[in-house]
Ligand binder design. Structure first.
Ligand code: IPE
Ligand code: IPE
Ligand code: MG
Length: 239
């Protein structure tokens, strides 16, 4: 196991949790069972971050704006799993001092799901140990589009001049404006694409793809990704 440099931890880690379907197929199980198994890996990711302290934000891609293209049965299974997970895990998360934020389009979510999610945010709002940012009904393009729409609305109302629209103005209108840019982006299952995740915030993220399918993800995988991140030289366009 690589020794990690605790003074050089990524402040914000984002994970594209991919591979539940392939894991299920490999084990002769349904896709829903694959997702159920994947939900358990979330605990491993949270614990690995908490043990490291210094990781301030963990963002998890749970459901994309494009995932509505899946079957009704699979979508239903994903949302009922989410509710089950909240009921089982919220108090643990709260006890650990984790603040939950929900990132995505709230319109379009089933009422009960939205209620549960908003309860998570309210319950944990004063926690300061770490932020767990959960992307649900999230798309990077939708997020930037929604920010642009808010800017246009404010400009039309005379509250904002076009010359005042700079990067900071856009960033302030993203779904969760207070979170910093992503330092380390992890995708499991070996795929090497962004699939519309946090397009604005990953501009200078280091990308690490892991072959492991999400249900098999354990703490050591997160540590391995951080070790790889720490071997990179970040430049931000400078030299
Ligand atoms: C990721 O696993 C979970 C979600 C997208 C909700 P997939 O369901 O995409 O699994 P694969 O990519 O089909 O293996
Ligand atoms: C990205 O995975 C979305 C989530 C992990 C929630 P997908 O499996 O939906 O992405 P594609 O279809 O392979 O690009
Ligand atoms: Mg997938």
């Amino acid at each position: 196991m690589d020794e990690l440099d605790l003074t050089q931890l990524p402040r914000h880690i984002a994970i594209i949790m991919d591979g539940n379907g392939r894991w299920a197929a490999r084990h002769g199980l349904s896709r829903a069972e694959g997702h159920e198994s994947g939900a358990k890996s979330v605990r491993a990711a949270i614990e690995a971050c908490r043990e490291l302290e210094g990781v301030d934000v963990l963002s998890l891609y749970a459901f994309s704006t494009e995932n509505w293209r899946r079957s009704q049965a699979e979508i239903g299974a994903l949302f009922s799993l989410l509710s089950k997970y909240i009921h089982r895990e919220l108090e643990n998360i709260h006890r650990e001092g984790i603040r939950v934020r929900i990132m995505g389009r709230r319109e379009g979510l089933p009422d009960q799901v939205l209620k549960d999610l908003e309860y998570c945010e309210a319950r944990t709002r004063d926690n300061r140990q770490m932020t767990l940012n959960v992307a649900i009904n999230y798309g990077g393009r939708a997020e930037i589009t929604d920010a642009a729409r808010r800017i246009a609305r404010e400009a039309a109302a005379g509250a904002l001049r076009p010359g005042e629209v700079d990067e900071a103005a856009v960033a302030q209108r993203l779904y969760v404006p207070e979170i910093p840019d992503v330092d380390l982006l992890i995708r499991t299952s070996g795929e090497q694409r962004l699939s519309n995740f946090m397009l604005w915030q990953v501009s200078y993220a280091e990308i690490v793809t892991l072959g492991v399918l999400w249900p098999d993800f354990r703490k050591r995988h997160l540590r391995e990704a951080i070790a790889r991140y720490q071997k990179r030289q970040r430049r931000f366009g400078g030299r």
